[in-house]
Design a protein around this ligand. Structure first.
Ligand code: NAP
Ligand code: HSE
Length: 436
């Protein structure tokens, strides 16, 4: 008779429902792969009477966490509630009780990861967090294992399914930002508070986790320069295409001269780069390794079933460790906590890159001369200009693509340009990525 590993879920929302479905559907396959039965023993819910798509026997449902955290029969606690508290306290209590932990909670790990991973190490607890970054893409394992022999120079990634879905449906179907966001929520991609998605915070959380794995340094998510996609309009998406780019919300981390350049912002990606082809809720992580060169990992980055596969992979790995012994297990971050560095983070003002600028100006002679004089004064050269609409005396967009300029100079120039009487709205600027 195969041994049984008892699993408890904290939360019964989108991802948890997917995990429950997979645990039941793939039961015999999992048993063969693990050499043990995985038994869903308890599920913590706030309301045992709430209607859920996937029915469960009432005996599995509990509404107090102690029934899981104090139950000696539970081997693995899977946290799928989201948020900082009580998720943090429940995870720490589960570890104190000797239970291994799986979580998809990138917000929690980005902010309280140091405490959680240190506790896991000191208690000899396994912690799986594959679902926290890239949904169903096994990027955590890839960085920890597949790329362990190389030095990573840079990573460029699309890490938010909701934002990528919004940007691509605005482009493909002409949907408004609001409609596209509502659909992403309906499809189960968005966070409980979708401002985490559209303000870039969710991506910064994920990037903070990837930086540790990719570069072996601690990274505080608050030190990552972060912008979201709210300011991107349909006309920017269309002008970007005309200039040969697609707009993507990118997570960028580069290791240069002992420092990390880490940022999250909308970026103009050349249409022939593989990241430009990533559509809908798909994610991709493009990594440049010193010995390996470029590789890209692609797949569904959000949603019930893709995320559930990543959670289940962690459960399976931990169950195998429990069955076959933990002696060979890899530290959760691929490094012992003690050996992690603390590299300085570069500031965005020192960035040198090309820019896409959209000015909303009165259609009047001499306007372009005023703008280009301010740009020229700051040493910013113009590569091309687009002004199509003719609406004498009315407001029209003027698009300027600059040559590489220092961010500090660009911001100074824009704040001066925004004060001109002929400029009728805040200027939009989007960084153009050069994949070096
Ligand atoms: P969700 O649909 O909002 O589900 C969260 C669940 O947790 C709900 O069932 C909620 O209960 C329950 N919950 C919250 N606080 C609780 C508490 N104090 N006690 C008991 N239950 C509690 O969220 P989700 O989309 O499944 O996401 C779960 C986690 O996975 C989050 O950390 C998220 O960032 C992460 N994640 C999500 C995705 C995705 O595509 N959705 C992908 C990767 C990672 P009620 O049902 O009563 O509200
Ligand atoms: N809200 C997140 C996204 C879920 O849209 O990517 C996956 O982490």
């Amino acid at each position: 008779m195969a041994r049984s590993i008892n699993i408890a879920l904290l939360g019964r929302g989108t991802v948890a429902q997917g995990v429950i479905k997979l645990l039941f559907k793939n039961q015999s396959l999992i048993e063969k792969r693990v050499g043990a039965t995985l038994t869903l023993s308890k599920v913590l819910v706030r309301n045992t009477r709430k209607h859920r798509e996937f029915k469960l026997p009432a005996r599995l449902l509990v509404d107090t966490p102690e029934k899981i955290l104090n139950d000696p029969k539970i081997d693995i606690v899977v946290e799928l509630m989201g948020g900082y508290e009580p998720a943090r306290s429940y995870i720490l209590k589960a570890m104190e009780a000797g239970k291994d932990v799986v979580t998809a909670n990138k917000a929690l790990l980005a902010v309280h990861g140091e405490e959680i991973f240190t506790r896991a190490q000191s208690h000899g607890i396994d912690i799986g967090f594959e679902a926290s970054v890239g949904g169903g893409i096994p990027i955590i394992r890839t960085l920890k294992e597949g790329l362990a022999g190389d030095r990573n120079r840079a990573l460029y990634a699309i890490l938010n399914g909701t934002c990528n879905y919004i940007l691509t449906t605005m482009e493909d179907k002409g949907e408004s930002f609001r409609e596209a966001l509502a659909n992403a929520q309906q499809l189960g991609y968005a966070e409980a508070d979708p401002s985490f998605d559209i303000n870039g915070i969710d991506v910064a959380h994920k990037l903070a986790i990837l930086i540790i794995l990719a570069f072996g340094t601690r990274a505080r998510y608050r030190d990552i320069y972060t912008e979201g996609i709210r300011q991107i309009g349909a006309m920017d998406i269309s002008y970007a295409r005309e200039l040969g780019y697609r707009i993507k919300l990118l997570a960028i981390a580069r290791h240069e001269d002992g420092a990390i350049d880490a940022r999250v912002h909308p970026a103009m990606v050349p249409v022939d780069h593989p990241l430009a082809l990533v559509r809908g809720a798909y994610n991709a992580i493009f990594i440049d390794g010193e010995a390996l060169g470029p590789t890209m990992y692609f797949g569904q980055g959000a949603g019930m079933m893709p995320t559930a596969t990543a959670v289940l992979a962690d459960i399976i790995e931990i169950a195998r460790n429990r069955i076959h012994g933990k002696s060979l297990r890899i530290p959760p971050l691929g490094y012992s906590m003690k050996s992690l560095g603390r590299f300085p983070m570069k500031t965005i003002d020192d960035l040198k890159t090309q820019y896409y600028l959209r000015f909303m100006v009165l259609d009047r002679p001499g306007v372009l001369a005023q703008i280009s004089a301010i740009l020229g004064h700051k040493g910013i050269s113009i590569a091309s200009v687009i002004q199509k609409e003719e609406r004498k005396g009315k407001c029209v967009p003027v698009i300027i693509h600059t040559r590489a300029a220092r961010e500090r100079d660009l911001k100074d120039a824009i704040s001066r340009i925004n004060q001109l009487k002929v400029v009728r709205a805040k200027t939009v600027y989007i960084r153009v990525v050069a994949f070096a």
